[in-house]
Design a protein around this ligand. Sequence first.
Ligand code: SF4
Length: 371
Amino acid sequence: MHEAMFYERQEKGLRCRLCGHNCLISEGRTGICGARENRNGVLYSRVYGKLVAEHVDPIEKKPLFHVLSGSRSYSIATMGCNFRCLHCQNASISQIPKDLQGELPGTQRTPEEVVRMALDTGCQSISYTYVEPTIFFEFAYDCSVLAAARGLKNIFVSNGYMSREAAETLAPVLTAINIDIKAFSDDFYKKVCGARLQPVLDTVRTMRELGVWVEVTTLLIPGMNDSREELQNIASFLLETDKTIPWHVTAFYPSHRMLDVPPTPRSSLQLAHQIGRDSGLDFVYEGNIGAGGEDTLCPGCGSQLISRAGFSIGNKSLPLGKAVISLSGCTPFFPAVQCEWPFLCLANRPLLIRVSRMANTAAVKPSRTLK
Ligand code: SF4
């Protein structure tokens, strides 16, 4: 087994500092996630390199709509999670049974193998996803360092329950993170997820501070987190943090232990979308509900920059495979992500532009007009 990062010895056991739970783990026991174990006074990762999922996904599936749009992402997971969400769609791999001792299932991989598979399959990034990737931090970090050195981007799809120390360690090799804000109530987090709200909000802010591109997802569960007040609170938090953070409001379907709740009606997504835009957020997307609501519009003039259908990009005139960002001529500049060929909207007159630096608009020079 691989020794864990971020822990300290205390009188009654080992204190794990990887995520917001800060578990105190006594000899022979595991933390809440089931993925870290105290053996003879040393904290070990039980899941290092033990992959239970490896897929090539469209990056839009994460969802990430402003990073390497139209590209593929090599997506991996081990077993385990630090949340216990009643509606988890991946419970068969996220929840490690309490009585599962010893070796955990999984195909043993090295970081070198993962990076090579990503390159061989034409992916431009590696996504650490499906379960909470923080719980396999050591493997994700080792892969990320190697991937970055080989020109791949790294992406976390996360519940945001990560310590600041872990975020600061990861940020230099992390391009983007999609963080769930599952609700804006501590009560929801306690009852539905077995966690707390504040560490999630802290991670959203921390990642932005550290220069990682952040997109946020909220799965709207009828009657549980979709009130006008709660949606407004999430929108206000995002606005205070950074109005360019894209907010994905997505539809719930009955799953796991939440089979008695109906699917999200389209009207709830539309309400959230309206609240987000009225609050001043630049980008709000409706997801997981079929066509509509996923196009990227210029936040200034409303013209369509990118059309999407499912996980596909519809507007073939865009430079696929490159990061896409909208620089609106009718609104002030907003920052781009790892972007060489951004898409510029100048009041309904789209231009393909090349930028040498993304720090400010002065570096932007239009090079030719798109047909
Ligand atoms: S990563 Fe696991 S062991 Fe560590 S604090 Fe979080 S739940 Fe506990």
